[in-house]
Design a protein around this ligand. Structure first.
Ligand code: AMP
Ligand code: GLY
Length: 411
């Protein structure tokens, strides 16, 4: 079996690394992949529109495609490839609305009784601003569409909310769409990712992402500054409730005519009223994938094959803790410099996931906001975090930034 992984980040690096261990795999291919993947994958180059991807699949006899990120899904790569008999472990364009349209996701949650933040949608600045004027901060403002992970702002003041609403609804910085304003959910966050095919649903171990740029939940939201797995602060009862919500969505999607296949990501907040959904995504999380996948003993290709055939599978999970610390370019998530040289010592290379790097004349350079994730592993969370930070120190890197509390904080 030949498999193509779509995407160029740390999540896809983790996928490639795991897939390459498979016994049923011939070759794993990547399209415009990052340098970290090259040890385990065969590189393809070219455009990334669904039609171009289809041509690559036919040329290289690829029978299974795993899209890493939502942009491929939103363009309908699954719809096109499956219509040509190629298996895709990722949802159709319609089903991926669970991520790409916040309003769609809220409707499903309402219809299937899934606890989430109360919200209202707006299309004009004036209505949205007036709504905020009658409420206390913080204001959770969400763009209803794809905004490269920057579509959510937690505005701590009315002035900040005014500016964000102006950018979204008057200047339409991400395009012409609705805006949701949500109730703020106070609680520790965790991610539950399930492998889903219609009503077959297999949970992967929980992970905890750290979204804020700075220690202690301060600063702007990022794609994720680090993650760990397993997550001990979620009790069995709260775990069961969360899994129930994931089941309800999967079943709801089938009932509504949008059956879901792929990784279904639930972002939860553990509020004083129990777990509530912050968001659903139609893919693996990044950096969650980098701490979840290495814990899974099963052959991933075999697992996906079984799920696609509606068979239930037992996942065997390593009991050790994994911590991943993300190293970012100075300035991220705002503007940042690229092309800084990046030295990754040989002895830690197998614990480094490439997120935004490139290789020029045999040396690595930074090529994105989130540059690499450095992983640690241990019998306890502390031990795993300590190992990740020791590896970072061994890099003696003076340019990249990172949070010092990954694996040590629940925020
Ligand atoms: P989203 O893109 O919906 O995941 O939002 C990104 C991040 O913003 C989440 O991971 C949370 O940290 C935060 N967030 C989103 N919605 C809420 C909410 N209603 N209450 C509190 N925090 C939120
Ligand atoms: N780490 C959050 C996400 O992948 O959406």
């Amino acid at each position: 079996m030949n498999i193509l992984v779509l995407g160029h980040g740390g999540r896809e690096h983790a996928l490639v690394k795991h897939l390459s261990r498979s016994n049923v795999l011939n070759q794993v291919f990547v399209l415009n992949g990052n340098p970290g993947m090259m040890k385990d994958a065969y590189p393809l180059f070219g455009d990334e529109e669904p039609e171009d991807i289809l041509k690559q699949c036919l040329l290289h006899h690829i029978t299974l495609v795993i899209p890493g990120g939502e942009s491929y899904l939103a363009k309908g790569v699954t719809n096109l490839l499956t219509s040509h008999g190629i298996h895709v472990f990722g949802p159709t364009k319609e089903a991926s609305q669970i991520e790409t349209s916040k309003a769609f996701a809220k409707k499903i949650m309402e219809a299937y009784d899934i606890p989430t933040a109360r919200y209202q949608t707006f299309t004009t600045f004036q209505d949205a601003y007036t709504y905020c004027q009658h409420r206390l901060p913080p204001y959770v403002i969400k763009y209803d569409g794809l905004a490269a992970g920057k579509g959510v702002t937690i505005a701590k003041t009315l002035e900040e909310a005014e500016k964000v609403l102006h950018d979204l609804l008057d200047d339409k910085v991400y395009g012409d769409s609705k805006v949701l304003i949500e109730e703020y959910l106070e609680g520790h966050e965790y991610s539950m990712i399930c492998m889903v095919h219609h009503t077959t649903i297999i949970p992967l171990p929980l992970a905890k992402d750290h979204k804020s740029r700075f220690e202690g939940n301060l600063g702007p939201n990022t794609g994720g500054m680090g993650a760990y797995s397993p997550v001990d602060f979620v009790s069995q009862q709260h775990y069961n409730l969360s899994l129930d919500m994931m089941r309800k969505v999967a079943i709801g999607m089938v009932n509504e005519g949008y059956p879901f296949t792929g990784f279904l990501y639930g972002g939860f907040s553990l509020t004083s009223e129990g777990p509530k959904v912050i968001e659903f995504n139609a893919r693996l999380g990044d950096p969650e994938a980098e701490v979840i996948l290495p814990r899974i003993h099963n052959d991933l290709v075999d697992l996906i094959d079984k799920i696609l055939h509606g068979k239930s599978v037992d996942i065997t999970v390593d009991s050790s803790y994994h911590v991943g610390v993300v190293m970012v370019s100075d300035g991220y998530p705002g503007p940042y410099k690229k092309n800084e040289s990046l030295d990754i010592p040989e002895e830690i290379q197998s614990y480094v996931y490439h997120m935004g790097t490139k290789k020029e004349n045999g040396t690595y350079k930074t090529h994105g906001g989130r540059v690499i994730l450095v992983q640690g592993q241990g019998k306890t969370l502390d031990e795993a975090a300590q190992q990740a930070y020791l590896r970072i120190e061994s890099m003696k890197n003076k340019t990249l930034k990172y949070r010092c509390d990954i694996g040590k904080s629940t925020t």
